[in-house]
Design a protein around this ligand. Structure first.
Ligand SMILES: Cc1ncc(COP(=O)(O)O)c(C=O)c1O
Length: 1015
């Protein structure tokens, strides 16, 4: 198009036919074709072939012709699948010939094959067609990557780097607004595009993929069957190819950015684009349009009568003006997303970081949103009363609707989901700028409903980017934009809308806030855009400095784009995923099914049972996303779902799980490690699956060793659920359904220091209880009931968290051994460092058992248990009968056990148990001052109890209050249990990862629950 002022050649049809015959040896019928500067003919040869004969404008330099023919030959040779015209040589074997016109000008003449098909301009563009345009161009540019020619390096108006020439044409644009629009585009080109273009990939491109240069063979299918007219081909930035193709395709489209996205996706699949290319693509489209309309304007002025030139002028202006309103970041994100890339680079990293670090972020509000009872407030249903009231901006009705919801669902925190499709956005500024006729209705933030004035805190260190007031109805009111960079290079922003104006004014741009600092308070109707008080919290992964242009709602057509540009703020707000993503049956249904399907003597905890969805360290998260602080379940010893245990189990399960009939390292590694924690005498192990199995085996070994049957136990002990163990568990055989004490079981009273006779001196309690126990043992022996063994929990737990007084166990061990019996320590609950000072609770008593049983915490929830014993006992137990346990000692279980030992050491959890246990004991001691119901506070490490009494003097057991407190605490989100013969001891055994902040929650909740239940 450089030579538009040079007249087209004017050969008649007959002259052209003669040229064709002479030069190319082709005879046929010719029809003239429209062309701006050359003379083209459609040739139907007599032999049935079809060609295009081109008599080139006399002003076209020879190198340009050589360039074009060389380009076509290169494509034909290197990728014959590309639908480009083929060069037909002259009779002399040349790629073109030379002619002299009537006026004496020299013209090149050349012949190319005819490509069948309908110009794209004449068919509807399907998504497949658009993609295919991109594909063909990508394929072409890839092939042309190895092509170069001196004729490719020409400067002309339509080469993208010549865009600034358009400034010289601005005077031809008569409308001032249109001129300003072009100036803006050209300014952007100069400041942003030109410097980038220099750094980008260059190559030879077609540079003119308009609707007339693209052919479709079958309009139904829409695939591109021809790419013609290489007259504008040039060495140029590669991205210009796409920009030009998109520009033409976008004209008159309802959703032009999506149109461009489809072409871009096709191109990217063939020739992947670079980040910097995406960044300027839209600016290049605008630049191309500016070039086009400015050239048209000059032609208006020159009054050139060529409608072909003007055909796209009006739609070009429309598109140009429209692009001016489109947010470039969003449009670019749409292009990237269509290519399967992150809509904004780094979005995935941000999402991953937030998911991995949710638990470490400071709470956005108090109590922490995760701990609150939440309800998803439905603003998606236009008929829901709150949605109706909000759309109508009827404040009183909105308040009423919200209060009704709270009454019905009993929640403290209402949430409006991210990504919700809503009807409440009725103001005109919710019209889409991207898609004609569409509205923005997808919520891009999270709404947190709370009372006006509620303080909000930043979960991460923050820098204030903007602090402003947007007063329009349905706008944000008080608004903050904060920037966070939790790790180098991971920068994002958080937008906080609907804030109270005074608190926003307190913030200064550039101000730094530490994590947990108060950011602002929630605004009321008058200050928050007229909404029911709530926070609109939105994350912004793209670089927005102007908070005013960040959309809070988006078009439903672009979910993937929003997900990247404005990722879900759920993790940032500390909300567990279950909050919005419930799975499985409702609680009532489950309970009914359980009753029907499972044995009826299973019980559920709490008056209002819980359904748990997930465990996370010290937290148990229910199916509604509420996190309950677990202070009871001592099985999750190192925290629920500890990643190292999960990983160890997963890795071993992926490799092998089998039984002890094959050699395997894990069981040996594990028992070696355990041996190192035990007195050296306890050197032989059986690895089993449950505490009951461990105790049952201990019982068998003791009986085999002593050849006796009688057992001595402590009152109210529980050792397991097998018949043999029920027989030695007073907690079972004495209570409902039990058949009483078997003849061979002998029960010693529990040495309970709190309930020791008042007249016993403090320092003698152990000794006195011990003497009493020894008398009983001696009597038994004399009566012919010498025991096989004495078994006891080192800290009787079912009996009510009783801490046996010093000297007591030692005395019994001596007496039993004197009688030829063995001593078994049941460390199923209290082992593995729970007491903090030592790995095993028996160590505190200065005794060494003959057999130790372990379970519960041993595998952090994985079914694993162990019996450790003296070699001599194991040898006598091996009396010829094989010991086989299908699952006991399998490699997966041992891997879990090893991981638990590693974590106990690496995370220094024993010292932590001492520190937190002491803190809790001190705190519980203070509670005694406020609540007379607490008779005794006791504990060692993270094994603690609060004994409740009706009267501190009489020590009358207070079972009902204990149950009421525990149930109230459950409502408050803290889990604990009761135990003891009268169920009056509140039992606490939190995970060993319990920290100070958890201890504070526990203490506050105990206090509150006692106040709530006892007044
Ligand atoms: C002290 C004690 N020993 C043994 C067991 C039995 O363990 P399991 O339930 O794993 O069979 C229990 C279970 O509560 C226990 O508390």
């Amino acid at each position: 198009m450089t030579f538009v002022n040079h007249p087209r050649p004017t050969f008649s049809l007959d002259e052209a036919a003669e040229v064709l015959r002479q030069r190319f040896g082709v005879v046929g019928r010719l029809d003239g074709l429209p062309s701006e500067r050359d003379q083209n003919f459609d040739v139907r040869a007599d032999d049935g072939q079809r060609f295009i004969l081109k008599i080139v404008n006399g002003a076209e330099p020879l190198t340009a012709i050589e360039f074009q023919t060389a380009l076509l030959r290169h494509v034909e040779i290197n990728d014959p699948s590309l639908p480009t015209p083929r060069v037909v040589p002259t009779r002399d074997g040349l790629e073109f010939g030379l002619l002299t016109g009537r006026g004496g000008e020299r013209h090149c003449v050349r012949l190319v094959s005819y490509l069948p098909g309908t110009p794209l301009a004449e068919v509807a563009k399907t998504p497949e067609t658009l993609r295919d345009i991109g594909r063909v161009l990508g394929q072409l540019d890839r092939v042309l990557g190895s092509f170069g020619h001196p004729g490719a390096h020409v400067a002309f108006d339509w080469e993208i780097r010549e865009t600034p020439r358009a400034r010289q044409r601005l005077s031809h644009v008569s409308d001032a607004a249109q001129r300003r629009c072009l100036e803006k585009v050209l300014d952007t080109y100069d400041s942003r595009v030109a410097p980038t273009l220099r750094r980008l990939r260059h190559g030879v491109i077609h540079n003119d993929a308009n609707d007339w240069n693209l052919l479709v063979a079958d309009p139904e299918k829409g695939a591109i069957a021809g790419l013609i007219d290489f007259g504008d081909a040039a060495h140029s930035p590669l991205i210009a190819e796409l920009a030009v193709a998109c520009t033409y395709a976008m004209l008159d489209e309802k959703s032009p950015i999506e149109t461009a996205a489809m072409i871009t996706a096709g191109y990217h699949a063939e020739l992947p684009l670079q980040d910097a290319e995406f960044e300027i693509l839209l600016d290049l489209i605008a630049a191309r349009l500016a070039v086009s309309v400015s050239i048209s304007a000059t032609r208006h002025a020159e009054a050139i009568e060529n409608p072909y030139l003007l055909v796209s002028e009006r739609p070009a202006w429309t598109l140009l003006e429209r692009l001016g309103k489109v947010d470039r970041r969003i449009a670019t994100a749409i292009l990237r997303n269509a290519c399967g890339l992150e809509a904004t680079p780094g979005a995935g990293r941000l999402r991953g970081w937030l998911a991995a670090n949710r638990r470490t972020l400071a709470p956005l509000m108090h109590p922490h949103p995760a701990r609150q009872q939440k309800h998803v407030v439905d603003l998606g249903n236009p008929e829901a009363p709150l949605a109706r009231a909000s759309a109508a901006q009827d404040h009183a009705a909105a308040d009423r609707a919200y209060a009704d919801l709270q009454r019905e669902h009993g929640f403290t925190l209402g949430l409006g989901p991210y990504g919700e499709l809503r009807t409440v956005y009725t103001a005109p500024f919710f019209d889409s700028t991207l898609i004609d006729g569409a509205r923005r209705n997808i919520h891009l933030g999270l709404d947190i409903f709370a009372p006006a004035g509620a303080p909000l805190f930043t979960p991460l260190p923050a820098k204030v980017v903007a602090a402003t007031i947007n007063p329009a109805p349905q706008d944000y009111g008080g608004l903050l934009l904060l920037e966070h960079e939790p790790e180098p290079g991971l920068r994002f922003r958080s937008l906080w809308g609907h804030l109270d104006h005074a608190s926003v004014r307190e913030r200064r741009v550039g101000e730094e806030l530490p994590a947990g600092a108060c950011v602002a308070r929630l605004g009321d109707y008058a200050e928050n855009g007229g909404w029911i008080p709530h926070l609109h919290l939105q994350l912004v992964a793209a670089d927005y400095d102007d908070v005013g242009v960040i959309p809070g709602v988006g078009e439903s057509a672009f979910p993937g784009v929003w997900n990247d540009l404005f990722p879900s703020p759920y993790d940032f707000a500390g909300l567990p995923p279950e909050t919005f993503d419930r799975t499985g049956q409702e609680k009532d249904a489950l309970q009914a099914a359980r009753k029907k399907r499972l044995g009826p003597n299973l019980s559920l905890s709490y008056r209002r049972p819980l359904k748990m969805a997930r465990g996370e360290d010290v937290w148990l998260i229910d199916e509604t996303g509420r996190a309950h602080l677990d202070c009871y379940n001592n099985v999750a010893h190192i925290g629920h779902c500890h990643p190292r245990v999960v990983d160890a189990i997963t890795r071993q399960a992926q490799r092998l799980n089998t039984n002890t009939r094959y050699l395997h390292d894990n069981i040996i590694d594990y028992t070696e490690r355990l041996a190192k924690t035990l007195p050296s005498e306890l050197d032989t192990f059986f690895v089993v699956c449950t505490g009951s199995e461990a105790n049952e085996l201990a019982l068998r070994a003791a009986r085999a060793y002593t050849r006796r049957r009688d057992m001595i136990v402590l009152d109210w002990a529980y050792h397991g659920h097998t018949q043999g163990l029920i027989d030695i568990s007073p907690y079972k055989f004495k209570r409902k359904g039990g058949s009483g004490r078997p003849e061979h079981t002998h029960v010693l009273p529990v040495a309970d220091p709190y309930r020791a006779p008042a007249e016993w001196p403090e320092g003698e309690i152990g000794k006195r209880y011990g003497e009493h126990a020894c008398e009983i043992i001696d009597r038994l022996v004399k009566g012919g009931h010498a025991p096989a063994a004495f078994i006891a929990e080192t800290i009787p737990s079912v009996a009510g968290q009783v801490f046996l007084p010093p000297g007591y166990l030692g005395a019994i061990y001596d007496a039993v051994r004197r009688a030829g019996g063995l001593c078994i320590a049941d460390e199923v609950q209290v082992g593995f460092g729970r007491v903090g000072q030592s790995m095993w609770a028996f160590e505190e008593h200065g005794v060494v058992p003959d057999i130790v049983t372990m379970g519960k915490p041993i595998g952090n929830g994985h079914p694993l248990a162990v019996v450790a014993m003296r070699r001599e006992i194991a040898e006598r137990f091996a009396n010829g009968m094989e010991y086989f346990n299908t699952f006991g000692g399998n490699p997966v279980s041992c891997a879990a056990g090893l991981a638990v030992l590693d974590v106990l050491e690496d995370e220094r959890l024993l010292p932590n148990a001492v520190e937190q246990g002491d803190y809790l004991l001190a705190g519980m001691g203070k509670l005694m001052d406020r609540h007379s119901v607490i008779g005794d506070v006791r504990g060692r490490g993270l094994f603690l109890g609060l004994e409740l009494v009706r009267d501190r003097a009489t020590k009358e057991h207070a079972g009902e209050p204990a149950s009421a407190i525990v149930n109230r605490a459950r409502e408050l989100g803290v889990l604990m249990g009761t135990d003891g013969p009268f169920d009056n001891v509140i039992k606490l055994r939190p995970p060993m990862t319990f920290r100070r902040e958890h201890a504070d929650i526990l203490l506050e909740t105990l206090d509150e629950a006692m106040r709530d239940t006892l007044g």
